[in-house]
Write a protein that binds this ligand. Structure first.
Ligand SMILES: O=C(O)CCC(=O)C(=O)O
Ligand SMILES: [Fe+2]
Length: 330
């Protein structure tokens, strides 16, 4: 496997219409596109991803209502009040870039929870592994039950999409299609609802919407509010490439768990967001990792004499918890 040849100038768009096709030639073509994007860019858009527009709209409406609450109401569910880091993070309370002075965003983060009282999601063993690292419930705001409902509905749609992507990543690494199946039984996926106030005039590089960082899990499924440019992705020439919000698409980007697993054959690409649009911006990443007890051991085909193992082997849970602690200074 080769490393990036040319710095990328744009982010590929991949059509997922055929994601469930079992036709070998169709599947091979899709896997080839994903492999290329993973090795050369670490980011791609997906269209025809199957998540209904109404689900996004409903989630956007409800998260706007949440962020419009008075600060003291939002602070009732602040993430500092729970040992599991879930809940509300005020503007400037998080810092993704160690050289930065804080992220100009507020957020609400939550983990797996059954949509209704029914906990038997198809084929999924819910939440028990998550609990060993991020024990405790999601702290939902009691006065907005529709917010919880809408957020969880989107979470479950995004989770299902992620479950369809794992086999494609496995095939792109020449691994058996079900390589990740026994490593992702517990839905170790965190969703963040984000609101970025606009920034005007000269922007201090150390205080932007979200400072330069890589994501931590296997991959991120990111919904961006259409019509607002904010996200930028760093190429190997250290140029910031815009990743505009393209209507009807989601952004998929790889995170550190896959980079560790693949010994950097798949790239966890640095990115940031700055909202200079003059209006509020909302976005929603879902960070989909492996179960927290899984050891991130390099895949043998990604290690060679020319390419010795680059990372110490740790569990996914140790890695995620350390990163949460560094970001929120708990
Ligand atoms: O808001 C965005 O577009 C990016 C968010 C992001 O990179 C993150 O939360 O890790
Ligand atoms: Fe990110």
């Amino acid at each position: 496997m080769s490393l990036a040849q040319q710095p990328f100038k744009a982010i590929p768009i991949i059509d997922l219409s055929n994601i469930s096709s079992t036709e070998p030639a169709v599947r091979r073509a899709l896997v080839a596109e994903i492999k290329h994007a993973c090795m050369e860019v670490g980011f791609f858009y997906v269209k025809n991803h199957g998540i209904p527009q109404e689900v996004m709209q409903q989630t956007l409406t409800q998260m706007t209502r949440f962020f419009d609450l008075p600060l003291e109401k939002k602070l009732e569910v602040e993430n500092k009040k729970t040992p599991n880091f879930m809940g509300y993070s005020p503007v400037l309370s998080g810092n993704n870039d160690p050289n930065g002075a804080g992220d100009l965003q507020e957020g609400f983060e939550f983990k797996f929870e059954a949509l209704n009282s029914d906990t038997s999601e198809s084929g999924v063993d819910n939440g028990t592994s998550t609990d060993t690292v991020l024990a405790g419930a999601n702290p939902w705001p009691a006065q907005l039950p529709e917010f919880r409902q809408a957020a969880l509905e989107y979470y479950h749609h995004a989770l299902n999409l992620g479950r369809l992507l794992f086999p494609l990543f496995a095939l792109a690494l020449d691994l058996p299609e079900d390589f990740f199946a026994d490593k992702t039984k517990h839905s170790a996926a965190l969703m963040r609802l984000l609101h970025y106030p606009p920034q005007f005039g000269a922007v201090d590089d150390r205080v932007i919407g979200i400072g330069a960082h890589t994501d931590w899990e296997c991959f991120t499924i990111l919904w961006q509010q259409p019509g607002i440019q904010a996200l930028q992705v760093l190429n190997s020439s250290k140029e910031w490439i815009n990743a505009p919000a393209i209507e009807g698409t989601l952004v998929i980007n790889l995170g550190d768990e896959l980079a560790r697993w693949t010994n950097d054959v798949f790239t966890s690409t640095v990115h940031r967001a700055i909202n200079r649009s003059g209006v509020r911006r909302y976005s929603i990443p879902l960070f989909f990792g492996t179960d927290y007890d899984v050891r991130l051991e390099p895949i043998p085909s990604c290690v060679s004499a020319d390419r010795p193992a680059r990372y110490e082997v740790i569990t996914a849970g140790e890695y995620i918890k350390a990163r949460l602690q560094a970001t929120y200074r708990h």
